[in-house]
Design a protein around this ligand. Structure first.
Ligand SMILES: Cc1cc2nc3c(=O)[nH]c(=O)nc-3n(C[C@H](O)[C@H](O)[C@H](O)COP(=O)(O)O)c2cc1C
Length: 430
């Protein structure tokens, strides 16, 4: 682990979304070198590979490997899409980057699109992000006015446009193949994988590079400072920083950029700790699709591999803190409802599984559940886990499994008392 540099994002003086402060800090320098052919496409991809950058959209897939695959694909018609569909509860870091650091993103997109020789390039943006879209549009105008994008970039003969595509407004639409389907005018439903990975079969069935906003924002600074700079931050297998979206029972919810591998306890302290003299009861370290952890696990390191080893995951780092005044059954129900509503309904185990999980969870939470319902919940999780064309239903199952494994006693209390014990306390019944 490197020293704890708390914030690594460059602080821009003046309005952060203007091009001037970005240029003063060496912004677009990496792009200029790429487009002027001072570095070859293979060199760019090799440097990204050496940096060990892993995708920040949830799966942590090695970015350089993906770029390599598209660049060297035998099919020459390729596409590039930046995924700014962000829709997961507890994750709001892409929104922050879009609004405050649009030029970091644009430069990352330009380099990515150029590197894979993309025929057409897009930024797929959550349709609710209006201010963020304005910020991005303004940044595009500024970049065009400086000849950094559009026709004949910096007099090199390279033409590169980035088109904004308004998202479908659903969680599943952020899954890359569902996103590509929706961009072709079809329902936003995931494709079956394998074989339909976007690097081989993407937009219009052609090789397509899809990367998350945060992943792409890392690209210019890696090329500017060198892969060695990046590997000096974070852990050996998860270099760099992560933008943690911290919410729930913390005094200062927000975005915290910290090195990968930062202990969870440190992150919660940075976010002001739990307010009102309350204690941490549970934490979702990677949003609602990964297992929760308990207060005795706060020394866990926040990176893809450490959390996977601990039986959970980092996802897109939507860290949700739950305090000891919160009913975990109600909290679990809330996200079970989310999964039910957001299931696209294409795969029967997901469609039926998320409905049944939410309905059983609701029954238990209302105080009408039985021991048999708890057994049914676990059985159902076992049935649906790992099914479906995307990971939505697996997330829904993991949520309930981890909640029941760690907080079974609260489920038992609901059954024994025939009501939610927490609501009773709040209403002064106890
Ligand atoms: C249900 C679901 C929703 C997703 N939503 C997003 C999203 O909003 N933004 C995103 O970048 N990735 C999302 N992903 C992950 C993408 O499918 C894909 O892995 C990612 O965009 C690749 O970029 P990266 O390699 O830079 O992380 C989602 C995945 C699933 C299963």
């Amino acid at each position: 682990m490197s020293a704890m540099a708390s914030v690594v994002l460059q602080k821009l003086d003046g309005a952060p979304w203007d091009i001037e402060p970005y240029l003063r800090l060496g912004g677009y320098e990496a792009w200029r070198r790429c487009v002027k052919n001072e570095v070859s496409r293979d060199d760019i991809v090799a440097e990204i590979k050496r940096s060990g950058l892993r995708g920040r959209g949830g799966a942590g897939f090695p970015t350089g490997t993906k770029w390599d695959k598209v660049l060297h694909h035998r099919v020459k018609e390729r596409y590039f899409v930046c995924n700014a569909g962000e829709h997961e509860p507890g994750t709001f870091k892409d929104r922050y980057l879009l609004k405050h650091y649009p030029h970091h993103l644009l430069e990352g997109c330009l380099i990515a699109a150029y590197s894979v020789e993309s025929k057409a390039s897009f930024i797929y943006i959550n349709h609710e992000y209006e201010e963020e879209r304005d910020s991005l549009e303004k940044a595009i105008e500024e970049a065009k006015a400086r000849g950094l994008m559009g026709k004949d970039v910096l007099g090199t003969g390279v033409d590169l446009e980035l088109e904004l595509f308004s998202g479908q407004g659903s969680y599943v639409a952020g899954e890359e193949t569902a996103m590509l389907e929706s961009m072709q005018g079809r329902p936003a439903m995931p494709r079956q994988k394998p074989p339909f990975y976007p690097t081989d079969f993407g937009l219009y069935g052609k090789p397509t590079l899809v990367n998350n906003v945060e992943t792409l924002c890392n690209v210019p600074r890696i090329l500017r400072n060198g892969a060695g700079w990046f590997t000096g931050i974070g852990t050996e297998t998860c270099p760099g920083t992560m933008l943690f979206s911290v919410s729930g029972a913390v005094d200062k919810p927000g975005i915290y950029e910290m090195p990968m591998g930062t202990p969870l306890r440190r992150l919660i302290e940075e976010a002001g700790g739990v307010p009102g003299g309350r204690k941490v009861k549970a934490v979702f370290p990677g949003g609602p699709s990964f297992a929760m952890i308990t207060a005795d696990q706060l020394d866990l390191h926040m990176d893809f591999d450490s959390l996977k080893k601990a039986g959970t995951g980092l996802g897109s780092a939507g860290v949700m803190v739950v305090d000891d005044a919160t009913c975990l059954v109600a909290e679990t129900l809330r996200y079970s409802e989310f999964f039910k509503v957001e299931s696209c309904g294409q795969c029967p185990p997901c469609r039926m599984g998320t409905i049944n999980l939410a309905s059983l969870m609701s029954k238990v939470e209302r105080g009408e559940g039985t021991q048999k319902d708890l057994d049914s919940l676990l059985q159902l999780c076992g049935f649906v886990k790992g099914t479906g064309y995307c990971t939505l239903v697996t997330g829904a199952a993991v949520l309930v499994q981890s909640s029941l494994r760690l907080f079974r006693q609260e489920y038992e209390e609901h059954i024994a008392l025939k009501r939610c014990p927490y609501q009773a306390v709040a209403a002064g019944v106890d």
